[in-house]
Design a binder for this molecule. Structure first.
Ligand SMILES: [Zn+2]
Length: 484
C-alpha cells in the first residue's frame, strides 16, 4: 500500500490526537420509548405520538430491542457490558427537543472499555480503544426554510434509538481516522444494528482534533468537527483542521475549544459555537426509567447472534489466498462477502475473485444495480468459472456468457449451447485445422521459415478464424510452433 500523504508530514515537530464520537441510528422496528414506527414518516410530524413528541406527564417504556442491539455492538467491539446501567437526563433547550432534555446515559453506560482493530499503512494492526458506548434518543429536526425567516420543527426523528460510540484520542493521523470510521461502519452493518446510510444521517461522526508539539506531555486544546456525512469530507476536514491549528500555534495564538462545521463548498471549517462543558447539561438520573439490569444469560444470547466480524473475515480471506486489497473490497460490503463465499464454496477457481471484482462489480456499476437485483447468482458464477477453467469456453466467450446470464438469468450451459460458444478444445481437432492452414499458405510458411517471425501472428489469426474464435489460443500456439 502506498503511503498516504498528509499535511502533518510537513510539520515533523507536531503530533495529532483524534477522538471520534459516532452516533449510530438503530434499526429497531419502533422508537426507543414508544410504539411509534422507527424511521417512518415522509411528511413532517406524521410519525409521532404523545411520548416522542414530549407531552408533559407521559412515561417512557424502554424498547427491549435497544439494549439487545447495544449489547451486540458492545460485544462486536470488544467492550465490557455493564450489568446495571442507568439512564440520565441531559438538559438543553432546542426547538426540536420539546421535553427540554434528552434521555441518555451518563455515569453508567451500557458498554465500556472496548477496542476496534485497524490495519495501518505498513500492514501492522493498531487497536483504537473505546471509552464507552451508550444508549440515547435522537432529537427531531429544525428546518430553516430557504429565503424566508421561518423555521419549522419536524419530530419524526425524535425518539429514534441511538448508540453513541466514543473512542479514546488514540487516532494519530488522517489515515487512521478514516480507517477507524470505515471499520466501525463495517461492524455496525455486519451485525445489523444500523443501515450505515450516511446521507440519511444513520451514521454520523463528530471528530475531536487537537495538535501538540511532539515533546508536549499534555494534549492540545481540541476542536470538534460536527456531523460530517462522508469519509472523504471527514478526511478533508481533518487535514484542514490540522493545518489551521498548527498555523495558530506557530503564530503564537491560543486555540479555543469549540465546535466547528465543515463547509463543503469552500472546503474550510467554520466555528459554530463554543463547546459546552458537561456541567452545563445538569445531568441527573432519569426517574421515569428503571435501572437496566443485564445478566450473563442475556449477554450470551446476544453473543450467539454475532456473525464473523469484518476484521476477522478479511484476515481469513487473506490467509485463504486473497490479496489484502481484494479482501478489503470483498469484506467492505457484507452482501458481496456473502456472495463471494457462496461462490467460493462451489468452485476452487483462482479466477473467481477477479471476475467478481472486475466483471460483476463493473456490471453492477454500469447498470446502477444492487447485487440482489443481478441475475448472475453465486452458483452460476462458480459454474462459469469452472467452464473457463476446464477449457469448455475461452475468456472472450466467458465474457459473453457473463453478460447474457447477468441480464437474463439463463443457465450458463444454455447460453454456451445457444450461442455455440463451446471451445474447439481437443488437440486432434485443432491440429487438423492447423495443418490445413499451413498447407493453404505455402508462401507465408516459406517467409516464416526464412526468419520472418511476425508471420506467426498471421497463422494464429487464420486458425482462430477457421475455428470461428472458439479455439483455445494456448493450444493453437503450441500446435503452430510444433508444425511450422
Ligand atoms: Zn412515539
Amino acid at each position: 500500500m502506498s503511503k498516504h500523504v498528509s499535511v502533518l508530514d510537513q510539520y515533523p515537530d507536531y503530533a495529532l490526537n483524534i477522538g471520534i464520537e459516532v452516533h449510530v441510528q438503530l434499526t429497531t422496528a419502533s422508537k426507543i420509548f414508544c410504539a411509534t414506527a422507527n424511521g417512518g414518516g415522509t411528511t413532517p410530524n406524521s410519525c409521532i405520538c404523545i411520548v416522542c413528541a414530549g407531552y408533559p406527564g407521559v412515561l417512557p417504556v424502554l424498547n427491549k430491542n435497544v439494549p439487545n442491539l447495544a449489547i451486540l455492538a458492545g460485544l462486536a467491539t470488544n467492550c465490557q457490558i455493564t450489568r446495571r446501567s442507568i439512564f440520565a437526563r441531559k438538559h438543553y433547550f432546542y426547538p426540536d427537543l420539546p421535553k427540554g432534555y434528552q434521555v441518555t446515559q451518563a455515569d453508567e453506560p451500557i458498554c465500556t472499555q472496548g477496542y476496534i482493530p485497524i490495519v495501518l499503512e505498513d500492514g501492522s494492526i493498531k487497536k483504537i480503544r473505546l471509552i464507552r458506548i451508550h444508549i440515547e434518543e435522537d432529537a427531531g429536526k429544525n428546518i430553516h426554510a430557504a429565503g424566508t425567516n421561518e423555521s419549522f420543527v419536524d419530530l419524526n426523528r425524535a425518539g429514534t434509538p441511538l448508540l453513541e460510540i466514543v473512542s479514546y484520542p488514540d487516532i494519530e493521523s488522517t489515515y487512521e481516522a478514516k480507517a477507524y470510521l470505515k471499520a466501525l461502519h463495517q461492524i455496525v452493518r455486519y451485525i445489523g444494528v444500523c443501515t450505515g446510510n450516511m446521507d440519511e444521517g444513520a451514521f454520523r461522526a463528530d471528530t475531536n482534533i487537537s495538535v501538540r508539539k511532539k515533546d508536549a506531555t499534555e494534549m492540545g486544546t481540541r476542536c470538534e468537527l460536527k456531523n460530517i456525512n462522508s469519509f472523504k469530507f471527514i478526511g478533508d476536514a481533518v487535514e484542514y483542521e490540522i493545518e489551521r491549528q498548527i498555523d495558530m500555534l506557530e503564530s503564537g495564538q491560543k486555540i479555543v475549544q469549540q465546535t466547528r462545521l465543515w463547509d463543503t463548498q469552500q472546503k474550510v471549517t467554520r466555528a459554530m459555537r463554543s463547546k459546552e462543558e458537561a456541567a452545563d447539561y445538569r445531568y441527573f438520573p432519569e426517574p421515569d426509567l428503571p435501572i437496566l439490569e443485564i445478566d450473563d444469560a442475556w449477554i450470551e444470547r446476544m453473543r450467539a447472534q454475532l456473525p464473523e466480524l469484518p476484521f476477522a473475515k478479511a484476515q481469513r480471506l487473506v490467509q485463504e489466498g486473497l490479496s489484502a486489497y481484494e479482501a478489503d473490497i470483498i469484506v467492505d460490503d457484507k452482501d458481496l462477502a456473502d456472495y463471494y463465499e457462496a461462490a467460493r464454496a462451489l468452485t476452487g477457481s483462482k479466477q473467481l475473485v477477479n471476475w467478481i471484482l472486475r466483471d460483476l462489480l463493473g456490471y453492477l456499476k454500469e447498470h446502477k444495480m444492487d447485487l440482489a437485483q443481478c441475475c448472475m447468482t453465486p452458483t452460476y458464477m462458480a459454474h462459469l468459472m469452472d467452464l473457463l477453467d476446464k477449457g469448455v469456453i475461452n475468456a472472450a466467450a466467458a465474457k459473453e456468457v457473463f453478460a447474457a446470464v447477468a441480464a437474463t438469468g439463463q443457465h450458463p450451459d444454455d447460453v454456451v449451447k445457444e450461442k455455440g460458444l463451446q471451445q474447439i478444445g481437443s488437440v486432434d481437432e485443432l491440429e487438423a485445422i492447423v495443418k490445413a492452414t499451413i498447407a493453404a499458405y505455402p508462401e507465408q510458411v516459406a517467409q516464416y521459415r526464412s526468419g520472418k517471425d511476425k508471420m506467426f501472428g498471421f497463422f494464429v489469426g487464420q486458425v482462430m478464424k477457421d475455428t470461428k474464435g472458439k479455439g483455445n489460443p494456448a493450444i493453437i500456439n503450441d500446435l503452430l510452433k510444433k508444425n511450422l
